[in-house]
Design a protein around this ligand. Structure first.
Ligand code: 5RP
Length: 275
C-alpha cells in the first residue's frame, strides 16, 4: 500500500472507530478515502463490535461497496435524520469550507450530509489549502437541458470572475477527460468544473450565487457543514473542528459548572441556616 493510501486508510478507520456507535444511522461518503470508512464499518458489523446500524450511501458506487460488505442500507425517504455522516473532500480551507464532487457525487453527498447531526470530514494533508479555487476546480452539477446556456450564465457570475468553466467528459467520477461523451452523474445530470487561478474571495457568496441559478442543481462548495476534520499526515491523524462549535461546547460546559456551583452553594447555605 502506498503511503498516501495508508493515510486514507488511517483517517477512514479512525472516523468509524471514534464517531460510530451501535444503533446509529450513518451516512456513507464517496471516494477513495470514504472507501476505507465503509470498509471499517463493514468489518465492525461483521465482528459484532457494532450492531443495529443502518447506513445511507451517497452514490451508486458506495451503495455497491456497502452491499458487498453486508451493511444494511436505507434512504433519506425513510430516515430523514442521521446521527453522523463520514466523507472525504477534495479541498479544505482554513475556515472548514470544503470542495467536494471531484468524484461526481456532490448532490447526494450534500443531501445526506446536511441531514446528519455530525459531518466528519476525512482527508490526508494534501487536501488542506490556504484558499479554495487554484488547487482543485469547483464542480457544479447542472441539468442537461440547455447546459451550454447554464455554463455561460455561471461563468458570467461576478462571484465566479476569472473562472474557466469546463464541462466534465467521460466518467463522472473524476475530472480528467477520459472519454468523448459528456459525463453523466448518478442523477442523470452533467457537471461543469470551474477552474480558478486565484483563491476565491468570498466562498459563501459564490456558493449562494451558484445555488440561486436556474439550471444549477447544486455545487461542490460545502460551507458551514463540517463538524470535524480528521486529517492524516506524517504525525498521525489530527482532529480539528470549527471554532464556533468549540466555543458552544465550552459555553455549555461552563454553564453546567456554574449551575452545579450555584446548587452546591444553595445546599451549603441551607445546612448552615439549619445549624
Ligand atoms: C466525491 C467526493 C469525494 O469525497 C472527494 O472527491 C474526495 O475523494 P477522494 O477521497 O477519493 O480524494 O466529493 O464526489
Amino acid at each position: 500500500m502506498t503511503s498516501q493510501e495508508e493515510l486514507k486508510k488511517q483517517t477512514g478507520y479512525k472516523s468509524v472507530d471514534d464517531y460510530v456507535s451501535s444503533g446509529m444511522v450513518v451516512g456513507l461518503g464517496t471516494g477513495s478515502t470514504a472507501y476505507y470508512a465503509v470498509e471499517r464499518l463493514g468489518q465492525k458489523l461483521k465482528s459484532g463490535e457494532l450492531k443495529d446500524i443502518v447506513a445511507i450511501p451517497t452514490s451508486i458506487r458506495t451503495k455497491e461497496q456497502a452491499e458487498s460488505l453486508g451493511i444494511p442500507l436505507v434512504t433519506l425517504d425513510t430516515h430523514s435524520k442521521l446521527d453522523v455522516a463520514i466523507d472525504g473532500a477534495d479541498n479544505v480551507d482554513p475556515f472548514f469550507n470544503l470542495v467536494k464532487g471531484g468524484g461526481g457525487a456532490l448532490l447526494r453527498e450534500k443531501m445526506v450530509e446536511l441531514a446528519a447531526d455530525k459531518f466528519i470530514v476525512i482527508v490526508d494533508e494534501s487536501k488542506l489549502c490556504g484558499g479554495l479555487g487554484p488547487t482543485f476546480p469547483i464542480p457544479v452539477e447542472i441539468t442537461p437541458f440547455c447546459h451550454e446556456h447554464t455554463i455561460r450564465t455561471i461563468a458570467a457570475l461576478p462571484s465566479c470572475e476569472g473562472c474557466k468553466a469546463v464541462l466534465r467528459m467521460g466518467s463522472s467520477s473524476n475530472n480528467k477527460v477520459d472519454g468523448d461523451e459528456i459525463a453523466v452523474t448518478d442523477n442523470g445530470n452533467y457537471i461543469v468544473d470551474l477552474h480558478f487561478t486565484e483563491a476565491i474571495k468570498n466562498v459563501p457568496k459564490m456558493a449562494a450565487d451558484l445555488k440561486a441559478l436556474c439550471g444549477v442543481v447544486d455545487h461542490g462548495l460545502f460551507c458551514g457543514m463540517t463538524t470535524a476534520v480528521l486529517c492524516a499526515g506524517a504525525d498521525g491523524v489530527t482532529v480539528t473542528a470549527p471554532e464556533k462549535k468549540n466555543k458552544a461546547e465550552k459555553i455549555v460546559k461552563n454553564m453546567a459548572f456554574l449551575s452545579a456551583a450555584v446548587g452546591l452553594l444553595a445546599v451549603s447555605t441551607m445546612i448552615i441556616r439549619k445549624r
